[in-house]
Design a protein around this ligand. Structure first.
Ligand SMILES: *Cc1c(COP(=O)(O)O)cnc(C)c1O
Length: 344
């Protein structure tokens, strides 16, 4: 056992569950699942999935087969789908042995699944994203007809924008749902949930909004923040007027300054783009970042917080929509980049 860390990602599991409830309110006519790929977008499956399940979430989506075991500690295999689908017979065998559903993304995957013995699966149909999925004109193939499909899904390319693509994809998916036998249909990601009733179908599959992402203005009032990177001040120093701080000497003190060195850096996902523009908070007091963020440490201005000393903790300013505007990163990147030391 090592001593307690000097940084942590505070995760508000209640806020995640509340965000799921809010999306369930929007999709009152449909079920709402949860995309929990990439360790629940960096928040940690163990920290968010029990709360989502307790709130009533029944359908979970990961990208990789390697993500399934962590999920199976919390949910039934029949509640879990693997979006990348079966690329090898080993993956087919894993799916059949565990009962986790593969999402079939191509004729080849459909054949592979059937050859391995098949069973209930999901099917992704591509209606314009051109990432994974069977094209509508391929649906007549015998390998597709042989599938036993639970969730028939497609994925929106532009749901976070008012694009004509949204309606085009929805309309392209309608005949697919009529032509392919299935139990449940699914189209909307987080942004898709606010495009209207016609997009909800049987099941929505939000991810980012559960974790505090505001990917459309309609979600701003409904979605609560869920994460807060926090770290300790590991040293306090006085920087004399005229001296510079950190790599590249980009910041120069124009007066004697009380500076805190905090144990959070780009190796933790607090990227260098926060240099000179980021800030930390001690209660209500804002403590600006001074100079470049380094691998393990960042300098902050403690002038406004004389009470903060070595060993005290501060929180990074990390409001997702605001952080995305400031850094040019997407809200998805801002969450999933948060590193292993921070997650603990
Ligand atoms: C990631 C993903 C989602 C969730 O998308 P968000 O934009 O995070 O809500 C839904 N469906 C599929 C197929 C995905 O890959």
């Amino acid at each position: 056992m090592s001593p307690p860390p000097t940084l942590r990602l505070a995760v508000d599991g209640d806020a995640v569950a509340a965000n799921w409830q809010a999306l369930s309110g929007i999709c009152a006519d449909a079920a709402v699942g949860a995309a929990v790929k990439a360790d629940a977008y960096g928040l940690g499956v163990d920290r968010v999935v029990p709360g989502l399940a307790a709130a009533g979430c029944r359908d979970f989506f990961v990208a990789h087969w390697s993500e399934a075991p962590a999920m199976l500690r919390h949910v039934d295999p029949a509640q879990l789908s693997v979006l990348h689908g079966p690329m090898t017979s080993a993956e087919c065998e894993f799916a059949r042995a565990t009962g986790v559903r593969p999402v079939i993304n191509s004729i080849e995957q459909a054949r592979r699944w059937q050859a391995a013995g098949g069973g209930v699966c999901d099917l992704m149909v591509d209606t314009g994203m051109n990432r994974l999925g069977v094209r509508p004109e391929q649906l007549g193939d015998g390998a597709i007809a042989a599938l036993d499909i639970d969730i028939l899904m497609s994925h929106l390319a532009c749901a976070d924008e008012d694009s004509t693509m949204n309606e085009a994809q929805r309309l392209a998916f309608e005949p697919v749902c009529r032509a392919v036998a299935h139990r449940r249909s699914s189209l909307a990601n987080s942004a898709g949930t606010v495009l209207g009733h016609a997009y909800h179908l049987d099941l929505a599959r939000p991810g980012i909004a559960l974790y505090g992402g505001v990917v459309r203005p309609e979600l701003a009032e409904l979605i609560r923040p869920t994460v807060q990177p926090q770290c300790a001040v590991i040293q306090v120093r006085t920087v004399p007027a005229g001296e510079s701080i950190s790599y590249g000497a980009t910041y120069c003190a124009n007066r004697a300054m009380r500076v805190g060195i905090v144990s959070l850096g780009y190796a933790d996902g607090y990227l260098r783009c926060w240099s000179d523009i980021g800030a930390f908070h001690a209660g209500e007091t804002r403590l600006p970042v001074l100079g470049r963020v380094t691998m393990d440490m960042t300098a902050i201005d403690l002038t406004a917080a004389p009470q903060i000393g070595e060993g005290d903790w501060v929180s990074a300013e990390y409001d997702l929509p605001e952080a995305a505007r400031k850094t040019g990163l997407s809200q998805y990147e801002l969450l999933t980049i948060l590193g292993p030391r921070l997650r603990g």
